[in-house]
Write a protein that binds this ligand. Structure first.
Ligand code: GLN
Length: 218
């Protein structure tokens, strides 16, 4: 199959994808807007119950210490973990990437360095080539951004800046240093949704009765 494009991910006549956006702190509404543009049902997630049965989860940028405290305070960690162990995709952006790393939730086999680009060049934009979204460069907005300091062999580096990984994929987790929700380029979210569609198809292949139960009247 080719690279995931916005048009190819949605509207295949099946149920819409339910994608949660962790709404403890940060710029979650911009993510919700993008997901809706891609025809997903976007859900602002603040409780463990809202994490049940999501097709994918976005952990947005913001302030990683604040997000980590909110996850603790609201008791969300077990539900985020079962989402991940159930092989349901996750996208962590900027502070969300930090929250996913080995020193935090451990959802990616990588260690992230906070504020890695230094405070002097706290924010910048650049064009990135990002593996998996097609040949056109992606305009990427970095705000007090982290980079991947080290990672395991199973981690696929999708994009780098000055030799430092700024977008990776580890199994069903995508993580990027920048803010894909701050431009009008939908391709990173479309990639997440393509991963979510594949994961949902696999779940239904394992349990066909779960997929068909509703139409057979039970
Ligand atoms: N510098 C922030 C942190 O360390 C991340 C910034 C962002 O998400 N834009 O948490």
């Amino acid at each position: 199959m080719g690279s995931p494009e916005a048009g190819g991910v949605s509207g295949r006549g099946t149920d819409r994808l339910r994608v949660g956006v962790l709404a403890s702190q940060g710029d979650f509404m911009a993510h919700e807007r993008m997901l809706r543009e891609l025809s997903a049902d976007a859900v602002a997630v603040r409780t463990a119950e809202q994490l049940a049965d999501l097709d994918a989860l976005v952990i947005p940028g913001g302030e990683s210490t604040t997000i980590t405290k909110a996850i603790d305070r609201d008791g969300l960690e077990p539900a985020i973990r079962s989402h991940a162990t159930d092989d349901r995709p996750i996208l962590g952006t900027c502070a969300g990437m930090i929250v996913c790393d080995r020193d935090h939730l451990g959802l990616i086999d990588a260690t992230v360095r906070r504020n890695a680009f230094g405070r002097q060049i706290a924010s910048f934009e650049t064009d990135l080539e990002l593996a998996g979204i097609g040949p056109d460069a992606l305009r990427a907005v970095f705000i007090r951004a982290p980079w991947i300091e080290s990672h395991g062999d199973g981690v696929e580096v999708l994009a780098t800046v000055d030799g430092h990984p700024v977008a990776i994929r580890d199994g069903r987790v995508l993580a990027c240093s920048f803010h894909p929700e701050l431009t009008d380029d939908l391709r990173v979210h479309a990639l997440l949704m393509a991963m979510a569609t594949a994961a949902r198809d696999e779940r239904h292949a394992v349990e066909p009765s779960a997929a068909e139960g509703r139409s057979t009247g039970e």
